[in-house]
Design a binder for this molecule. Structure first.
Ligand SMILES: [Zn+2]
Ligand SMILES: [Zn+2]
Length: 91
């Protein structure tokens, strides 16, 4: 398990530590990014967990999130038109 500031990553995120100690902002969406070991820059999910590198969006309902595992359908409306919006790029 990866660590963040000496704290196991899962604990850090569950306690909201990571969301207070994000390390960069995304050039594209200005949202916080956290470096994931072996994963590179990752967005946070809307729950504050370590998400995926790509921000995803649904054109049908406007849903946006960065799930760690990209869904085949929008988790909000079920539309299959969910797609990657952009990959995380730190500034
Ligand atoms: Zn972004
Ligand atoms: Zn949707």
């Amino acid at each position: 398990m990866s660590e963040l500031y000496g704290i196991p990553l899962e604990t850090a995120f569950s306690e909201g530590i990571a969301s207070r100690h994000w390390q960069a902002r995304c050039l594209h969406c200005d949202e916080p990014l956290v470096w994931g070991h072996g994963r590179g820059w990752c967005h946070l999910t809307r729950h504050g967990d370590l998400g995926g590198g790509c921000m995803m969006r649904c054109d049908a309902c406007g849903w946006r999130d960065a799930p760690r595992t990209p869904p085949a359908r929008c988790p909000h409306c079920g539309d299959p038109a969910v797609r990657d919006d952009h990959a995380a790029l730190a500034i």
